[in-house]
Design a protein around this ligand. Structure first.
Ligand code: F6P
Length: 559
């Protein structure tokens, strides 16, 4: 029995749960549970303005959370006891805080200004970052201006970014989010799924001699990406019929120059990044090349400036005024003390339609961990499930459960005061819905109110909305490249804060490896003509046999 198990058997808590602030929060939670947001707002007419923060152009109203001043005091105490300020500094200073991979975590260096020094392992990484940004800018301008020609001398009109996970979700999300600012004469597509449909549909109406592929893979080993990259190469060469065409139609973004060369892409056409950039933290590295081609280098720099503004705030603001820290602490409160197991992210901005999907990787690959940094099994919940859809669509689908279901689902509402596409009364209607939803969730509709509307008695229970359902509202002036950077950095640092509270490594992702290994073992069993000897469990064996039979290769397929 290890020391942790022994202590637990003796009845003592270990680690995070032993902290005085944690036990204080548990105790305090009993006092908060019976409180209703209606009462909390009635008792403090200024609550809505008091429990709000402004940073780097974002406004966070967190007053509609089920918290009191004492909750905040204890959460801030927890942050102190968990050493959050020192952990923030350790990250920014390039210490190896990704303990299981023994790496620094320096996505913040990707957006550091040119004159800043960020040293890790004895090297100032800022000049390297800036050099890659300049190469990206030169290339992006060449493609945008038509100087970069395809193999047959035609200008590039289509860009297809191939990648998966962090090498895809950021670029797709940013492309969609910043479409308003993008080059409309060009077509941008993204291929990630190893399902052939993804590639076929992305290319079916495009001409290979006008199409540039950006192969994005940190490791350049990912099965899906390499399979799609080979499909892209075949597709191009089927028409272009000359190996030399690869040099004009393929570029790579990777940390693995050898892998890129082996694939057949000249490393002169490779844009580099570094092992201290995690995949899900890489949309502002060269992985964002498609974004830069779409919006141009200057607007890409504006986006980096937005990220940096939030980085600076996170690094320097006192915890009580620190927006990502407060958001992260509230997430811990909702999840570990109020028992919420999910968070709904609800952007009221059509351009942010892929933002929830992007956040799913950022939050769940980062904080879906079951052991501490030191390798001990945690005995508390870690990362909640993030999900969402743009408003108002979700209102006519899953909001019912948020309003009247039996589960507590904290919501993040995201809205902008100015629309990019004015159209009659639409923007006011959109934003009225943001405010109405958070109001309805917080305050609900009481029995008395329902009855006062003349509702027949039998219908009253159905119409009651209990309220007391927590939400954050994030408001910004307008969706711009800079605002997007600020918003993403806000969530990155909130995720980091949560990881520090839970004492986990938010920067590894060992859990995804097992499935990859098993798929590598299973693929040949599906492909082989000879009946394979199967040694899986009886369920997997039966599924494989059935698949082989129906696809036409298995035993008895032609019987
Ligand atoms: O399988 C998960 C993962 O490793 C992610 O963390 C990463 O973003 C993605 O795969 C893609 O990896 P790569 O960029 O190396 O192809």
């Amino acid at each position: 029995m290890n020391a942790q198990a022994e202590r637990r058997q003796r009845g003592g808590e270990v680690g995070v749960r032993a902290l005085e602030a944690w036990t204080g929060l548990q105790e305090h939670c009993r006092a908060v549970e019976p409180l209703h947001l209606r009462q909390l707002f009635a008792d403090d007419p200024k609550r809505g303005e008091r429990l709000a923060l402004e940073a780097a152009g974002l406004y966070l109203d967190y007053s509609k959370n089920r918290i009191t001043d004492e909750t905040l005091r204890l959460l801030l105490r927890l942050a102190e006891q968990r050493g959050l300020p020192a952990r923030i500094e350790a990250m920014f200073r390039g210490e190896h805080i990704n303990v299981s991979e023994r790496r620094a975590v320096l996505h913040t260096a990707l957006r550091a200004p040119k004159n800043e020094r960020v040293v890790t392992d004895g090297t100032d990484v800022v000049p390297e970052v800036q050099a890659v940004l300049e190469r990206m800018a030169r290339f992006a301008e060449q493609v945008r201006s038509g100087q970069w020609l395809g193999h047959t001398g035609k200008r590039i009109r289509n860009v297809i970014s191939i990648g998966i996970g962090g090498s895809d979700l950021g670029p797709v999300m940013a492309y969609e989010a910043l479409r308003f600012y993008g080059e409309r004469t060009m077509t941008f597509r993204f291929v990630s799924n190893v399902d052939g449909t993804d590639f076929i549909e992305a290319t079916r109406d495009l001409a290979p001699d006008e199409t540039l592929f950006i192969i994005c893979s940190k490791t350049f080993k990912t099965l899906e990406t390499l399979t799609n990259a080979h499909a892209a190469r075949d597709w191009s060469l089927r028409t272009l019929r000359d190996e030399r065409a690869v040099a004009r139609h393929f570029v790579a973004v990777s940390t693995n120059a050898e892998g890129v060369a082996q694939f057949g892409i000249d490393t002169a056409n490779m844009f580099e990044f570094w092992d201290w950039v995690g995949g899900r933290y890489s949309m502002d590295s060269a992985i964002g090349l498609s974004t830069m081609i779409a919006i141009g280098p200057q607007q890409f720099r504006d986006m980096l400036a937005g990220f940096h503004a939030m980085d600076q705030h996170f690094r320097t603001a006192p915890l009580a005024q620190n927006m990502p820290a407060i958001m992260g602490l509230l997430a811990v409160w909702n999840s570990n003390f109020l028992g919420a197991s999910t968070v709904a992210v609800l952007p009221y901005e059509q351009y942010l339609k892929r933002f929830p999907a992007y956040l799913q990787q950022l939050t769940m690959e980062s904080n879906g961990k079951h052991v501490t940094g030191g390798g001990e099994r945690v005995d508390y919940d870690t990362g909640p499930i993030y999900w969402g859809e743009p408003g108002t669509n979700g209102q006519h689908s899953f909001y019912q459960l948020i309003h009247q279901g039996t589960r507590l689902i904290p919501c993040d509402f995201i809205g902008f005061c100015q629309t990019l596409n004015p159209l009659g009364p639409q923007h006011d209607l959109l934003i009225a819905n943001v405010f109405a939803q958070s109001e309805a969730l917080a305050f609900g509709k009481s029995e008395q109110e329902v009855k006062a509307e003349g509702t027949p008695d039998w219908l009253v229970p159905h119409r009651i909305c209990e309220g007391n359902r927590p939400s954050n509202t994030i408001l910004a002036e307008r969706l711009t490249p800079a605002t997007l950077g600020t918003l993403v950095a806000l969530y990155e640092h909130s995720v980091f804060t949560q990881g520090v509270m839970w004492d986990i490594d938010s920067f590894d992702q060992w859990g995804v490896e097992l499935g990859k290994q098993l798929a590598a073992r299973t693929a040949p069993e599906l492909e082989s003509v000879a009946e394979p000897k199967l040694a899986h469990d009886s369920s997997t064996n039966a599924l494989i046999r059935r698949y082989r039979r129906l696809k036409g290769t298995g035993a008895g397929a032609r019987a």
